[in-house]
Ligand binder design. Structure first.
Ligand SMILES: C[S@@+](CC[C@H](N)C(=O)[O-])C[C@H]1O[C@@H](n2cnc3c(N)ncnc32)[C@H](O)[C@@H]1O
Length: 227
């Protein structure tokens, strides 16, 4: 990710413009600006995307995706994870992103695949009438600002035996270094997987934690009391 978002836009801006940006953020929350930020990166993101490979398939596996699964992919970008779910046998994939440019590219790539539906929406506003088997947030957690709200949303969307995973195809230190130049309203610092998982423990039994230089994840299953 490059430093091409609002930070640049505000470089040299006078105090009044800065105040207006802050006022706008307070009024509308971060999501419209999050969408704008990633929208501006969509083409470059797709050009630099590594092919769907071992880490994506491992993530689908750890999320418990199997033949017949219904999967929710949060912050799908240009759709990198979709093929991994299909390869694991998913019957239906709903993939969300707040950036219209990301969704447009993803839809072009999977235009002939009826099992995948891409929606331009924030996970915080998303609702559905049928439960999901797997809730996956791949390479997006630092950008999901309300962690407890996200855990509650995951619990509300998953069915019995439902499983969530928060995962990154890079290690935490690399990701945090990478985000040093990203505006603070666009991302949070990634804590250790064990510390991050605490926000989910009230609703989920955490049974997966990986925090290495190459991969990061935590995941678990919905507690029956949360159903
Ligand atoms: C770093 S990109 C990762 C994209 C994709 N998962 C990948 O690995 O290529 C994070 C994506 O999450 C999206 N995003 C951020 N906040 C979101 C939210 N609240 N709901 C849905 N998507 C969101 C951004 O628009 C962006 O496309």
């Amino acid at each position: 990710m490059t430093n091409t978002g609002f930070e640049n836009e505000l470089d040299g801006a006078d105090e009044q413009v800065r105040r207006e940006h802050i006022r706008c953020t307070l009024k509308h929350g971060n999501e419209p600006r999050m969408g704008d930020y990633f929208d501006s990166l969509a083409r470059t993101w797709e050009e630099n995307l590594e092919p769907c490979g071992a880490k994506h398939r491992a993530t689908a596996f750890l999320a418990g995706v199997k033949p017949g699964s219904r999967v929710l992919d949060v912050g799908c970008g240009t759709g990198i994870m979709a093929q991994a779910y299909l390869d694991a046998g998913a019957a239906e994939v709903v993939a969300l992103d707040v950036a219209p440019g990301m969704i447009e590219i993803a839809r072009e790539k999977f235009a002939r695949e009826p099992r995948v539906r891409f929606e331009c929406a924030s996970i915080y506003n998303f609702e559905d009438d049928r439960p999901f088997d797997a809730f996956v947030a791949y390479n997006v957690y630092p950008h999901l600002m309300d962690k407890h709200g996200l855990a509650r949303k995951a619990a509300s969307l998953l069915g019995e035996q439902g499983r969530f995973i928060v995962a990154h195809g890079l290690g935490r230190k690399t990701i945090n270094a990478h985000h040093d130049c990203v505006p603070a309203h666009i991302c949070t610092h990634l804590e250790t997987a064990r510390a991050s998982a605490q926000a989910w423990e009230e609703l989920f039994n955490i049974d997966q934690i990986v925090d290495t230089d190459e991969y990061y994840c935590f995941g678990g299953t919905l507690k029956s009391a949360a159903l």
